[in-house]
Design a protein around this ligand. Structure first.
Ligand code: BGC
Length: 374
């Protein structure tokens, strides 16, 4: 059974487990995470640093609105907390991000908060950072295959996938009558460590229904590699769906689309529309992007996920504040996210699934989409 994220476990026990390296490995398909309670990200107190220190925030391409929101929130929030922010996007990809992080290290940042373009390509930079005594925080996306990442702060991506899988099944039952249902799958960019987590979480819900014949995938494309979308680019998802529509849905109806985020959901739904269909498949999404919230309210996109960027940035800045004071940042999970070298101590936030039914309640007061539900 999944426990709540903040069940209690003594701090000492968390630290001892981490020191002994006895955390269990990352969860696999279908497993639910075992949360290990609140604690802190390491066993020794960090050194602390000057109150006005420079803090580096390296963000990936602006492939969804959440990253754009994060830029302003980090700049403002870090300034308000007395730090000197250095926030940059790596719009040209992984090698640009490597250079930017290198420059941040040289300029004397005390903490690096990284939303990786490619989580597997920053090992050398993380190692260099650690040599300089810089704390490395993986933001939203895990850094993989490196021991030099201190903590991970994210809306639990496996949980996001589970919610998407459940929501697709719910939408199909509610809107398309009884099964079997024809669905097609989409996943995010293969270089983003989140993509496989979203997909695995969703498939933990969908695979049993594929196995028992409730769900059919006429394209036959069921593996992550077959359904991934390079660069999270809408045009890649749209052209793949156009091809699928022509090849498989001339006569059959496509009932549902598992989409990992809003941008790709709109792309796939557009392909279905452009194929001349007079029906709308049940589609999942993520991020609560303005356009998709409108589509959810209009009934064009069945669901999205709310991951309040303000919360994620706030938790990241809280970690910086703790480190500045020489304290360990809070964590609430030491088991779920194995990066291939170690299980990374994490602070995981709980994502929320949103449909037309609960949109008003969930978005009330949100500065970016709140007005749409007034
Ligand atoms: C984020 C999603 C986002 C996607 C594309 C993922 O790593 O978790 O929120 O939709 O990147 O930008």
């Amino acid at each position: 059974m999944r426990k709540t994220l903040r069940t209690s476990l003594a701090l000492g026990a968390v630290a001892a487990m981490m020191l002994a390296g006895c955390s269990t490995s990352e969860r696999g398909d279908g497993e639910t995470p075992t949360d290990t309670g609140t604690g802190t990200a390491g066993s020794e107190a960090p050194a602390g640093f000057d109150a006005g220190a420079k803090i580096g925030v390296s963000l990936p391409q602006q492939t969804s609105e959440n990253w754009v929101l994060a830029e302003d929130l980090f700049n403002q929030g870090l300034k308000d907390a007395g730090f000197e922010p250095m926030v940059q996007f790596a719009n040209n990809g992984a090698s640009e991000q490597q250079q930017q992080i290198g420059a941040m290290i040289t300029s004397g940042v005390k903490v690096l908060i990284i939303g990786a373009v490619d989580g597997g390509q920053l090992g050398a930079q993380a190692e260099e950072a650690k040599k300089e005594g810089i704390t490395v925080i993986a933001y939203d996306r895990l850094l993989t295959n490196t021991k030099d990442v201190d903590m991970y702060i994210a809306f639990d991506p496996f949980r996001v996938g589970e919610l998407q899988g459940d929501s697709l099944l719910q939408g199909l039952a509610a809107l398309k009558g009884s099964g079997p249902y024809n669905i097609e799958l989409l996943a995010g960019s293969p270089d983003d460590a989140n993509s496989a987590k979203f997909f695995d979480g969703a498939m933990s819900k969908l695979q049993p229904k594929i196995d028992d014949g409730t769900l059919k995938i006429l394209s036959g494309q069921t593996k992550f590699d077959q359904v991934a979308t390079q660069g999270w680019k809408a045009e890649n998802a749209q052209s793949r769906f156009s091809t699928i529509m022509t090849a498989n849905y001339e006569k059959e109806e496509l009932h549902g689309i598992l989409s990992p985020n809003d941008t790709l959901a709109r792309a796939a739904l557009t392909a279905v529309d452009q194929a001349g269909k007079d029906y709308i498949p049940v589609a999942t999404g993520q991020d609560s992007e303005v356009e998709s919230v409108k589509w959810v309210l209009d009934g064009r996109q069945y669901s999205t996920i709310y991951k309040d960027t303000r919360e994620l940035v706030k938790e990241s800045i809280n970690a910086v504040i703790a480190l500045q004071k020489g304290e360990q940042p809070q964590i609430n999970d030491t088991e779920s996210y194995d990066n291939g070298v170690k299980v990374v101590p994490s602070f995981l936030l709980e994502p929320v699934v949103v449909t037309k039914e609960n949109a008003k309640e969930v978005y009330a007061g949100d500065p970016f989409v709140g007005d749409l539900v007034k």
